[in-house]
Design a protein around this ligand. Structure first.
Ligand SMILES: Nc1ncnc2c1ncn2[C@@H]1O[C@H](COP(=O)(O)OP(=O)(O)OP(=O)(O)O)[C@@H](O)[C@H]1O
Ligand SMILES: [Mg+2]
Length: 276
């Protein structure tokens, strides 16, 4: 009997790890990548990728890391996945450590090391790219440190390029008048959005192709998933993962609506859980 059972070694199509190869390029994501590339290629310094939870910020950063790591002859790329530093000095030291810059005891000496490193890279025709995820967690002084690093520049370009990915809290932080200097340095920020029903359908089809399985979702099922999740990728994937697993257990090739409905019921987001 034809079943949904995939090969034992096959990758799972709907897991929610930030795997860049599973990212379906919506127009919003394409524009976001275009803007980051513009900043890096033209050495414009700082850009932001903002959006609510589950819209793909970490996945985009992973994609950028893998793409830019393959261009190491011109760009040295490092990623800080979760900034949790006790002071601006510790933050600076951690950034330096990512780029293999020796530690120094004073802020000034550490900043000088960093500047020398950037100048040296620049003299070799290279730039440094720093990706920071969860940047809404950076306290004010650490945001100030980012501004300090962006002060290293020639008359034409910044010596370091920085991409901050953050939930919308960062936008509120940057609106504060004490952050005007940093805010004014942001070049072409991106705001991620939830997917349309068409994008949801294409994303599901894309992920099935990536792991070489037949798409088990009918158009009707996808519309239901869209209605239940609002097109937020992480939530869409949760419903898909549960439906797919239930379908495998039931040994069916196309998922019946009852299964998708049941999965959508079980995959409700924690924010939707009501007190008993
Ligand atoms: N366009 C897309 N195509 C395929 N999968 C996507 C897409 N966008 C997001 N996803 C998937 O959705 C899940 C959530 O994405 P991710 O973890 O990158 O979100 P996030 O914005 O970093 O969320 P948070 O703010 O909670 O950290 C991941 O599994 C990711 O692969
Ligand atoms: Mg994330």
């Amino acid at each position: 009997m034809a079943t949904l059972l995939s090969r034992p070694t096959a990758r799972k199509p709907f897991l929610i790890s930030p795997d860049p190869s599973m990212l379906y390029m919506t127009p919003t994501l394409k524009t976001t990548l275009y803007k980051v590339d513009f900043v890096v290629e033209n050495r414009q310094g700082l850009t932001l990728i903002m959006g609510d939870a589950g819209l793909g910020k970490s996945s985009v950063l992973r994609l950028l890391l893998s793409r830019y790591s393959a261009r190491e002859e011109t760009v040295v790329t490092q990623l800080i996945p979760t900034p949790a530093f006790s002071s601006d000095f510790m933050f600076l030291k951690a950034i330096c450590a990512e780029f293999d810059i020796p530690g120094r005891r004073s802020m000034l000496a550490q900043l000088n090391e960093f500047r020398d490193y950037l100048m040296d890279l620049h003299s070799k025709g290279k730039t440094a790219l720093l990706l920071i995820d969860e940047a809404q967690k950076l306290p004010g002084k650490q945001l100030e440190m980012i501004r300090t690093l962006l002060n290293y520049e020639t008359s034409k370009e910044k010596l370091i390029q920085i991409v901050l990915a953050a939930q919308l809290e960062l936008r509120d932080k940057l609106r504060d008048k004490t952050k005007k200097a940093l805010r004014s340095r942001v070049f072409a920020p991106s705001l991620l959005a939830s997917m349309s029903v068409g994008e949801t359908k294409d994303m599901i089809a894309y992920r099935c192709e990536q792991v070489e399985i037949k798409n088990p979702f009918t158009d009707e099922a996808i519309e239901l998933i869209y209605t239940k999740t609002g097109g937020v990728p992480r939530q869409v994937l949760q419903v898909c993962a549960l439906s797919y697993d239930m379908g495998q257990r039931a040994g069916v090739e196309k998922l019946p609506m009852e299964i998708v409905e049941m999965a959508a019921q079980e995959a409700i987001y924690i924010d939707d859980l009501e007190d008993e």
